[in-house]
Design a protein around this ligand. Structure first.
Ligand code: NAD
Length: 469
């Protein structure tokens, strides 16, 4: 596959660029494709296309816009096999999980398309009528990460378009292909300029966030980059959605069924090889069951097949890219240097970016593996005995994305959940997201909301009319 076979979408047409970007398969460490590397000229063209498409799209009936968003979902579902294979190759995730992500993206489009934001009548006294209408913001810049490139791009595309905005979307340079392909597949029915897809290297994101042609930036990525995005959006006071990092705590109470809960928590931590914003990143386990729980997790770590995602039977893939691979290995090296006990599964040898599933046995609370977001298949297990103390520890983070509580007593678990300072708390499950439920981060995990009516509201602004009769 070469740059000639995948194109950007600008103004409803295929677009290329003078330069190109290499795409690497993380399971082999080898470059296997190139995509366009857009610069200032291509960005300008995309913004111009989005700006000129905006008035007509804003004035298109809600139901007609919903029909197009729905059709994007249908198109993704109809092409799921092709898209999933491409996603496995560029992202590394196992085929089944790539298929799951692609189908989730389709479902998200179709679910989002059912949402509405009706006008709100507000009492204004005799002889007067007052109404608040939710109007689109304008041209949106969407910037997505490499861990779930398809679904996290759709989380921006579906609500932005439904609400009447036009969009320029940039996927991560590490995973540009599947998103570009979706742009190609929907080009013939999404009105020209409404949805533009561009790819480029490290320079392109900052060019976008600083550009006065955008009215809003919707960004998903790391907290460090989120701070830069916010600073860069300040001169033109762009509207912002920032979905950032997490350091999600799990609190495991002593009354759980140990093998069942260990298995659920294992997948809450290690799905996508730990590269999930809402993965369990610190597990606090009650001391009464700590040893038994750790031993169950170790059994699972030793049994889970890790390898090339395109091979049948693979349950966990590689780390998605070399810089992240180096970061995760740096955290492992730090654990080793400090003498923490590591309990590990197997990982393939070779050029791929594989890190074995690793449990860190009760490291200190102030260790790097507990304080930092690992975003890889390493999980610190921490022993606790006092509930108030463990809630304080769970909350003693700059992050506040999600968290989990595991207990047979769901009412007691709910009381713990209420005290966790995060946007989502799941009881006896992990990674439970819905197109209809608000998703947001507290503290430095983000600004704004995605999904549900609350997420849709971040793509509109209220405009209030008053008529005196
Ligand atoms: P990243 O911040 O490195 O990159 C995200 C995107 O921003 C990419 O498209 C990148 O090209 C672009 N970018 C990089 N520098 C930029 C800049 N200065 N200005 C504008 N854009 C720029 O993040 P990543 O490594 O791709 O993703 C991993 C991180 O994302 C983790 O911290 C994870 O927790 C977080 N994440 C959060 C959510 C959520 O919904 N809260 C979801 C997935 C991932």
């Amino acid at each position: 596959m070469t740059q000639d076979t995948l194109t950007m979408t600008i103004g409803g047409k295929a677009a290329s660029s003078a330069n190109s970007l290499d795409v690497c398969n993380p399971a082999t460490g080898q470059v296997f494709a190139t995509v366009p590397d857009a610069g200032a000229a291509e960005l300008e063209a995309a913004i111009t296309a989005a700006r000129s498409a905006f008035p007509a799209w804003r004035d298109t009936a809600w139901a007609d816009r919903a029909a197009i968003v729905n059709r994007i979902g249908e198109t993704i579902a109809a092409n799921a096999a092709e898209l999933a294979a491409m996603l496995t190759r560029e992202q590394g995730k196992p085929a089944e999980q790539a298929q799951f992500e692609v189908m989730a993206a389709a479902q998200w489009c179709q679910a989002t398309a059912t949402l509405t934001l009706p006008d709100r009548e507000i009492e204004a006294g005799p002889g007067r009528r007052q109404v608040t209408r939710y109007v689109p913001i304008g041209v949106v810049a969407g910037i997505s990460p490499w861990n779930f490139p398809v679904v996290l791009s759709i989380w921006k595309i579906a609500p932005a378009l439904l609400a009447g905005n036009t969009l320029v979307l940039k996927p991560s340079p590490f995973t540009p292909m599947t998103v570009l392909r979706i742009g190609e597949l929907v080009r013939d029915f999404v009105p020209a300029g409404v949805l533009n897809m561009i790819t480029g290297g490290d320079a392109l994101g900052p060019l976008m966030t600083a550009h006065p042609g955008f009215d809003k930036v919707s960004f998903t990525g790391s907290t460090a980059t989120g701070r830069r995005v916010m600073a860069s959006a300040a001169p033109t006071l762009k509207r912002l959605t920032l979905e950032l990092g997490g350091n999600d705590a799990a609190i495991v109470m002593p009354d759980v069924n140990v093998p069942e809960t260990a298995e659920r928590l294992f997948w809450s931590a290690f799905t996508n090889s730990g590269q999930v914003c809402v993965a369990t990143k610190r597990a606090y386990v009650h001391s009464d069951i700590y040893d038994a729980f750790r031993d169950e997790l170790v059994k699972l770590a030793e049994a889970v097949p890790m390898g090339d995602g395109s091979q049948q039977g693979t349950a966990l893939g590689p780390i998605q890219n070399k810089p992240q691979y180096d970061r995760v290995r740096g955290l492992l090296a730090d654990c080793k240097a400090n003498g923490y006990q590591l309990l590990q599964g197997d990982a393939p040898e070779g050029e791929g970016f594989f890190v074995p599933v690793t449990l860190v046995d009760n490291p200190p609370e102030d260790s790097r593996i507990v304080r930092e977001e690992q975003f890889g298949p390493i999980l610190p297990l921490l022993r606790f005995s006092d509930v108030e103390e463990v809630i304080a520890k769970a909350n003693s983070s700059d992050m506040g994305l999600a968290g989990t509580v595991w207990s047979a007593d769901t009412e007691a678990a709910m009381r713990i959940a209420e005290q966790m300072d995060t946007g989502n708390v799941w009881i006896n499950e992990g990674l439970a997201l819905s197109p209809f439920a608000a998703f947001s981060g507290r503290k430095q995990s983000g600004v704004g909301v995605e999904n549900g009516i609350e997420g849709l509201m971040t793509y509109v602004e209220p405009k209030t009319f008053l008529v005196s009769h």
